[in-house]
Design a protein. Structure first.
Length: 224
């Protein structure tokens, strides 16, 4: 199901659940991270999400092949270019979920114009103030990065970082990006208020120690 339809479906279901009427916490695994962020941005007036926790989420999208060091290996870069040649066609955007958060830093203008999901929820085409207001209702936005991730490329996207536009080597942190500096999502305001939390663990994609999870996620954000 297309992410836009997934988010609307989840919104309708959760908004009607009386058990969630007083608020709830949400944990997004991998692409579920950006999908749940879209949920609070688009549906925050209908439901109350308290803490959003994303593990390995791709908040600035992906530009690489799983298990493939795209920067180091020419074959990986070649495959990446093949995928990229079709990623922004309408039929690929409509039929392949991963294409909706494929982010080509070499074609920033095309990405912003053709991305049917990510460019919208990152407010990269226009500024949707509702997205900003709804995201800022969160108590905490917790982002977990896996330091040895071989699935997500670049792994910095898990902390809302990404490549400097125009190339695919030099990285920008969230705080160096236009999304933050132009405050396109209110993340600067959230950061200054202490609502943004950046955590990391040494595992590969979604591989974490249970004790770490209890100490760093459950006790501070879920056991309240």
């Amino acid at each position: 199901m297309h992410p836009n339809k997934q988010v609307q479906y989840a919104c309708d279901k959760l908004a009607q659940d009386p058990k969630l009427a007083d608020g709830f916490n949400a944990i997004g695994f991998s692409q579920g991270g950006q999908f749940l962020r879209a949920l609070v941005q688009r549906c925050g007036d209908k439901l109350h999400m308290k803490n959003l926790i994303t593990l390995g989420g791709q908040h600035q999208g992906v530009y690489g092949i799983p298990h493939c060091g795209a920067i180091k290996h020419k074959s990986c870069d070649y495959v990446r270019k093949i995928i990229n040649s079709a990623a922004y066609t309408r039929w690929v955007q409509d039929s392949l979920v991963q294409a909706t958060y494929w982010h080509d830093p070499l074609k920033e203008d095309m990405y912003k114009e053709k991305s049917e999901f990510l460019a919208d929820i990152n407010n990269e085409r226009t500024i949707n103030k509702t997205y900003i207001d709804n995201l800022n209702t969160l108590d905490n936005f917790v982002m977990v990065k896996f330091n040895n991730d071989t699935i997500v490329q670049p792994r910095e996207t898990e902390w809302f970082g990404f490549y400097l536009p125009g190339q695919a080597k030099e990285m920008l942190t969230l705080q160096q990006s236009s999304i933050y500096l132009d405050d396109r999502l209110g993340l600067k305001k959230m950061d200054e208020a202490g609502k943004l939390v950046f955590l990391s663990t040494s595992g590969d994609h979604l591989q974490f120690d249970t004790n770490w999870f209890i100490k760093m996620i459950v006790k501070p954000y879920l056991a309240k």
